[in-house]
Ligand binder design. Sequence first.
Ligand code: ADP
Length: 350
Amino acid sequence: MITAELERAVQAALETIEHPGYKRSLADLGMYGGLSADGESLRLLLRSPDADKKAQIALEAQVRKALSPVELPAKLKIRFEVDESLKPGDDGNRIRGVKNLIAVGSGKGGVGKSTVAANLAAAMALRGLRVGLIDADIYGPSLGRMFGLQGKIPLHGDGKNRIFPVEAHGVKLVSFSFMLENDQAVIWRGPMLGKAVEQFLFQVNWGELDYLIIDLPPGTGDVQLSLAQLVEVDGAVIVTTPQNVALQDASRAIRMFMDVKMPILGVIENMSEFICPECGHVSHIFSRNGGESIAAKYSAPLLGNIPITEAIMQSGEEGVPLAAALKEGPMVEAYFQVIDRLAVEIEKYR
Ligand code: ADP
């Protein structure tokens, strides 16, 4: 009486229910323990991370309700069995297998936040680190293009309600843009956004990662808040250009991260200087030391200065992050320095 279809329907129902204690879906917690025939009735075994009877009673009611549209072949008995290995414990708000989760934010658009996130990830891969990248910049998801992945990309599942990220230039990637046709405009509303961010974090099979980098939309909004509520972020990195206007916006972004208790790992000053490719002369096109002063204001370190590089535009067009294409030189060195300093900062908050 138990078909694969029935099992799938039951598992799908478990995805829609959140455990009150752990704020994760029952499917995500691994609570499905199987369906079996029990005499005349059907038995659903749910593994419970703890012995909380009250939670189990509430969950049983929710499971029955979620299953009400499903045609069951017999009367359903639901049994709970405590399995403490499912208990997320202190890791409850962390993504399994991911050592460090870093958010990359900026006060406003156009400062090169996505370019920096893409090249930071590519530089980490060059260093042999295992790295994943979430493009959560809903207003202009551009990471797919930077990695040569245009438009709608079919994502494959692992058969356990998780999708595999796409891998390009040594980086595992998921993006809002994978779900959209080219140039399709989508208005994401608060709750939908939160759900999408949650899926990117918990329903992607990231495997073992040293770093998972999340490229946030510019400014201070719903995505930032959802992120802070959903998961323990090891810290935020703020990208800014050296000009004063950019710095004011960067200040606001930093204060918001502080408000949601996210550690500020540091500031990356992008487009700091122009290094002449012919003669190596360094010119400061914009005013100097903006990144440093804002970092000092919030007692955060300046993680690095990324030079202006003409080839960035072209690499964006070609779909290869510049750090992955160049493999060495001043720009790649600047990212390597950021990686070293980041590791030190993260340790300070452990
Ligand atoms: P944001 O994510 O902050 O909106 P983007 O990463 O989309 O910004 O970058 C904005 C523009 O600036 C892009 O055209 C990008 O190619 C360019 N850019 C970013 N960083 C640099 C850099 N270091 N040198 C030259 N151009 C850059």
